[in-house]
Structures are given as C-alpha cells and as structure tokens.
Design a binder for this molecule. Structure first.
Ligand code: PMP
Length: 450
C-alpha cells in the first residue's frame, strides 16, 4: 500500500473531520498533505494543489512564509506560553500597540482568545454585561442578519442564521432577532449594489423600532457574508447601521474574523464604510493562518464600564487557557510587519483587478454562472440553472461540491458554499498562479456543467 493510502486509512480509523459527512471519505479519500509552500500544498503522493482558498480563509501570506517561520522560531526559544492573568509579555504588548494603529480609530482595548467562535462568545458576553452595568438590564437579546455566520459554538450559532449549521440545535439556542439581510444579487427592491440607497435597510429599521429596547447588540459580518456564499453588500448599509445603533443604544459588533487583514481590499471591512464598531472580533489571518488566536477589540467606553473595585463584581470573568499565546503573538506581529514592508495591500489591489478580469473573461458568458461578485481578492461565482430567472440548483444542492471534487483532480483546491464556488487566495499570490487557478476552475466547471 502506498504512503498516501496507508495514512488515509489510519486517519479514518480515528479522525472525525470537521464539517463533513464521514461516509463521503469512502469515495473522496482524505488528502494527506506532506508539506506546503506559498499557495501550494504538496500531498504525500507527490500531487501539488493550488490552495486558492487560503486553507479556510486564514493563510494570508502563503504557506511556510519564511518571515513568519523565522519569527515563530525565534519566539519559541524565548517563551512558548504563560498564564495571562497577572502575567504578560512583550509580543502581546507590541501586538496590541500595532493593532491599535491599523484598526478603525477608537478600538484600543484587546481581549484574547484562541479561535473565532470563542471571540464571538466573548463579544456577546461583553455586550450583555456592558448593558447591565450601565443601567440597561432590560437589554438582554441580540440581533443578527439572516444568512449570517459567526461560528459554531452555541452562542455563536444562535446569532447565525445558516440552517445548515444551526437548524438541529435550535432548541438549545438563544432566542435572537434575525433581521433580513441585504441580498444584492436577488435584491427584493430590484436595485443593484452599485446604485442603491440600501432600501433593504428598512428591515433593520423595523426590527430596531420593535426590539431595540430589549436588544444589547447586533452582530454582523461587515460587507461580506462569507458562509452565505460571499454575499457582498454596500458600505452604506454599515454606515446606516452605525447610526441606527447609536440612536437606539444598541452596540454594534463587527465580526471581521473572515474579512480582516486586507481580504476585502482595506485592512478591515468596516473601513470601507468609515465605521468604528463598539466591538470587533478578529482571528483567521491574524496569525497569517499559522496559529489559533483571536482577539476581541473594543473601545475605552466599553472597557471603562467593567473597571471598578473587584468586590463590585464588574470584572469580565472570562478566560481561555491559551489567551495571549506568545507564539501566536509573534506570528501576528510578523504578519503586520510583512504587510507594511512588502506593501501587501497596494499590491493585492492590482492583483484583485487582474484576477476579477480574468474570471469575468473565462466565466462571464457561461450559461450557469449567474453572478461573479468580488471585493478585494475574494471572488465568488453563483451557479444557477437559468441566468435570467436566477434559479439555483435546488434539488441538486451539491453542484458546488461536484465542482470542488473535480477541481481537486486537476490540482486546484477551491471550495463550494452551496450553489456558490469561491476563491480567496493569499494576498501575495503570484499573477501566474491566479491565471492557473482560473484555467483549472474553467476546466473543472466545463467538465461538470458543459
Ligand atoms: N465568524 C466568521 C465570519 C467566520 O468566517 C468564522 C469561521 N469561518 C467564524 C466566525 C468562526 O471562527 P472559528 O472557525 O475560528 O471558530
């Protein structure tokens, strides 16, 4: 038996992989990755895969980036981990100083955790406790957008609206208020995202008029609803939401776990709207996709509401063992330094234009590609049976999955989100690799859809 199959069999004897039907692995064997470099994964059988989704949107600057590797190796010999209550270390301190420079202005206080969902839980708890400690104990609920996704722990699932992940667990979940999200491809007002006044914001206004009194915070994925199929909405919506939150004393939580660190062309998606949320969650690309780390960023105003004598019971009594992990901080500091030194944002903007033009040329006329939407280097193609009617592949919901499997046979790792296939490459990917991704995607789509 070859090495790949041997390891695959041993994997399946014990490992329960995330977010998959394990039976599917009978036909699609787990791909054993041996090593990686830049945007490429190298499997144990020698096959090379172009990782055009940044390994779940986190690998920001290529696999095994020499500068990040060096920063981690250096940190490893100095301090690997330390309790973060009463103790601290320079990498965490420096990281917060640097983040405060690049985040939307006013986000100055940072609470660490170790994954995106955990940071969402923290954000919800901070918002709830803030309202309680500032005389608004009646504000106990949360609002969120339909089709939103914020992770899969129970609190995070409760503020998500993706039935695929949440439906079964509804009896366990909080009773939140789900506001109809913008849907620019199938706009209920027949507008388009370049020329609308966010008429759909009326759904938020109605929800606030009815529920703001009992609402602690609203959580949104700013500008791009990732798991919904990279649904992109105008910055104006966020601007209006900021104003509405202020008017009603509802906190605005921005989940920038997927959109942060240049993915949308700006350092953070909120910056497209010039908006500072009250609380922002960051993770994924924070460490360049190297180490599990997340941070909840907030304002002095929120922080101050927790600051008092211990016996007043106002402290935020929440902890994660790996909070502030120094190796994660060293990786994150290296990411910020590379972004500056290598002018990553400006270069990625040029690549983004090139990539979107190439996708439009290859797929623009395809009978089953309803929309190619993009922001920054994120591109998503919505698969439809009829371009005019915008009808999805209902009943064949796994069309994206079929294309994903086909692409793997051609050495391309792209991912489906239902009827959408998407690209979310590292920001420093070479143009020739973008061109290769387009060609391999075209070949895969044509082989499945003709
Ligand atoms: N929020 C958003 C917007 C995400 O995209 C994700 C992960 N895909 C999460 C939260 C959850 O992060 P994690 O998987 O690290 O728990």
């Amino acid at each position: 038996m070859d090495k790949m199959e041997d390891l695959a069999r041993r994997d399946l004897a014990h490992i329960w992989h995330p977010c998959s039907q394990m039976k599917d692995y009978e036909t699609l064997r787990p791909i054993v990755v041996d090593h990686a470099e830049g945007p490429y994964l190298y499997a144990a059988d020698g096959t090379k895969y172009l990782d055009i989704i940044s390994s779940w949107w986190c690998n920001l600057l290529g696999h095994c980036n020499p500068k990040i590797n060096a920063a981690i190796k250096k940190q490893l010999d100095e301090l690997e981990h330390v309790i973060f209550v009463n103790f601290t270390h320079e990498p965490a301190i420096k990281l917060c100083e640097e983040l405060a420079q690049v985040l939307p202005p006013g986000l100055t206080k940072f609470n660490f955790a170790d994954n995106g969902s955990a940071s969402v839980e923290i954000a919800l708890k901070i918002a709830f406790q803030y309202q309680l400690q500032t005389g608004h104990g009646e504000k106990q609920r949360f609002m969120c957008l339909s089709e939103g996704y914020h992770g899969e722990t129970i609190g995070a699932l409760s503020v998500g609206s993706m039935d695929l992940f949440a439906q079964m667990y509804k009896p366990m979940m909080m009773n939140n208020i789900h506001v109809q999200a913008p849907d620019c491809y199938r706009c209920p007002f027949n507008k388009n995202r370049e020329h609308c006044q966010c008429e759909c914001f009326k759904f938020a206004e109605e929800a606030f008029a009815q529920h703001a009194r009992e609402t602690a915070a609203i959580i949104v994925e700013p500008i791009v609803q990732g798991c919904a199929g990279m649904r992109i909405y105008p910055p104006l919506y966020l601007k209006k939401l900021r104003a509405l939150c202020d008017a009603y004393g509802v906190l605005l939580i921005a989940d920038e776990i997927a959109t942060g660190f240049g993915r949308t062309g700006k350092m953070f998606a909120c910056q497209h709207a010039g908006v500072t949320p009250d609380i922002m969650c960051i993770s994924k690309a924070l460490t360049g996709g190297y180490l599990p780390m997340s941070i909840v960023c907030t304002t002095d105003k929120i922080y101050d509401a927790f600051y008092d004598d211990y016996n007043k019971g106002k402290a935020f009594m929440h902890s994660h063992t790996y909070a502030g992990n120094p190796i994660g901080c060293a990786a994150a500091l290296a990411v910020l330094q590379i972004m500056k030194e290598e002018n990553i944002l400006a270069n990625a903007a040029v690549k983004a234009k090139y990539f979107n033009a190439a996708l439009n040329e290859a797929f623009g006329q395809h009978k089953n590609i309803g929309e190619i939407r993009h922001i920054g280097l994120i591109n998503a193609m919505e698969l439809v049976t009829d371009k005019n009617k915008k009808t999805g592949f209902d009943g064949q919901l796994r069309i994206g999955y079929e294309i994903y499997k086909k692409a793997l046979t051609h050495g391309l790792l792209l991912r489906p989100l239902g009827n959408v296939i998407y690209f979310n490459p590292p920001l420093n990917i070479a143009d020739e690799d973008l061109a290769k991704a387009v060609a391999l995607a075209k070949q895969s789509v044509d082989e499945i859809l003709g």
